[in-house]
Every structure is written in structure tokens, then in C-alpha cells.
Write a protein that binds this ligand. Structure first.
Ligand SMILES: [Cu+2]
Length: 132
């Protein structure tokens, strides 16, 4: 009986390891990535957006989210007071209120912690042009 059980474990072990590895890959696949944003990446706007919305494919740890705004020339634009929880925000969505900005090319860099524990860094580019 014991011998049979031991053999069963030996046979099952590789299968269990494959299962565990599979789970690991699943977790890696749960990295938060932006699946929708406003403005969209590289969008050209004729008026400055009052806010940026980033929607991720997974929940993010919002208290640890960091966002910076800079011009394409590298000048950092001071953001408004600490990001507040926005009424339209959902567990997978960051709503970032922007300060007043003029025409120019901008980079919004974000760093968020996905619920799977991985830090995800990304950048959203957009331009504001004056109305013709
Ligand atoms: Cu991950």
C-alpha cells in the first residue's frame, strides 16, 4: 500500500510541478497594463485635458501609484496636491487631475503596483496644439 502511494506521488510530482509553473505564468500574466486611456497614447488635442484616465487590465494598489507630468523637453510640471480618490475611479482605473497646461508635447509617466505584487512603469504621450 505504502509502496503504491509512493509510486503514485512519483508519477504525480511532475504533473504537480507543471501545474505550479502554470500558475506562476498566470500570475506573470496578471501584470497591470493600460488597456484604455484618455487621452489615448500620442493623441493630439486642441485643448488641454483637465484630467487623464488610465484603465488597467487588473486592479491596482492606488495608494502606491505615482504619476509625473513632463514636457517632451524634460521640464517637470508640478502636479496638483496628492492624487485624490476620484468619484469615477474604479479599482482598475486611475483618474489624474491635471494642472493647467498650455500647448506642447507631454509625457505622463506612471508607476503602479498591480495586485500580483509587480511594479509596472509606463508612459502616455500626448500633445496640446492651439486651435487653428
Ligand atoms: Cu505581475
Amino acid at each position: 500500500m505504502v509502496k503504491g502511494a509512493a509510486r503514485a506521488i512519483m508519477v504525480l510530482l511532475p504533473a504537480v510541478m507543471v501545474l505550479l509553473l502554470g500558475t506562476g505564468f498566470d500570475l506573470a500574466g496578471a501584470h497591470a497594463v493600460v488597456i484604455e486611456s484618455s487621452p489615448t497614447d500620442n493623441e493630439v488635442l486642441t485643448s488641454a485635458p483637465g484630467e487623464v484616465v488610465l484603465r488597467f487590465n487588473a486592479k491596482i494598489e492606488k495608494s502606491l501609484a505615482r504619476v509625473t507630468l513632463a514636457t517632451s523637453a524634460g521640464r517637470i510640471i508640478p502636479m496638483l496636491a496628492p492624487m485624490k480618490e476620484h468619484s469615477r475611479a474604479t479599482p482598475d482605473r486611475l483618474v489624474i487631475t491635471l494642472p493647467n497646461i498650455g500647448p506642447g508635447d507631454y509625457l505622463l509617466r506612471y508607476k503602479v503596483l498591480s495586485v500580483d505584487g509587480h511594479v509596472v512603469i509606463g508612459v502616455l504621450r500626448f500633445s496640446v496644439v492651439s486651435k487653428p
